[in-house]
Design a protein around this ligand. Structure first.
Ligand code: NI
Length: 176
């Protein structure tokens, strides 16, 4: 079921979400199904449970290869519970981000270039990956939602923060 996405200003987006204790449950399965329906309906690259008003540490993300965005590497569709990120170096990388909770806007955000992340899939199997580039960016963005952080809070250069259709006229860049 497609759910409403909370927008910036809603205090539920600023809370630290709770660890999932029983992940192999019908509630979590239903939550993940709703998150996928909602992300697909909005053409998003990722979604975190608090964005649909559920304060649990659950995120999904994934980007297919898209000829319109040839410089964006595909990211495998992933459902991850209780994710934990560890940066693998101090190197930071800047890149444009958007967010379904901040519709119509884009900003340049510094993120760790290389990270390790670990968590559980819905069947309790460990997900353990080292990633870089866009994949690392998407994971950091989504996991920030679990700690009540929205990407505009990480923008440092506000000359590179604005409305998508003004920044990138003539393109149909989706919200993220
Ligand atoms: Ni977001």
């Amino acid at each position: 079921m497609i759910r409403d996405v909370l927008r910036m200003g809603d205090p539920r987006l600023l809370a630290r979400s709770r660890e999932v204790e029983r992940f192999d449950s019908p509630e979590i399965a239903a939550l993940l199904a709703d998150m996928l329906d909602t992300m697909r309906a909005q053409n998003g690259a990722g979604l975190a449970a608090p964005q649909i008003g559920v304060d649990l540490r659950v995120v999904i993300f994934g980007v297919e290869r898209n000829p319109r965005y040839p410089d964006v590497d595909p990211v495998p569709y992933t459902e991850i519970i209780n994710p934990v990120i560890t940066p693998l170096s101090d190197a930071m990388e800047e890149g444009w981000e958007g967010c379904l909770s901040v519709p119509g806007l884009r900003g340049v955000v510094p993120r760790h270039a290389r990270i390790h992340y670990r968590g559980l899939d819905p069947r309790g199997r460990v997900i353990d990956r080292e990633v870089e580039g866009f994949h690392a960016r998407v994971v950091q963005h989504e996991c920030d939602h679990l700690d009540g952080i929205l990407y505009p809070m990480r923008v440092r250069d506000f000359s590179r923060f604005g409305f998508t259709d003004v920044l990138f006229p003539g393109t149909d860049v989706p919200d993220e």
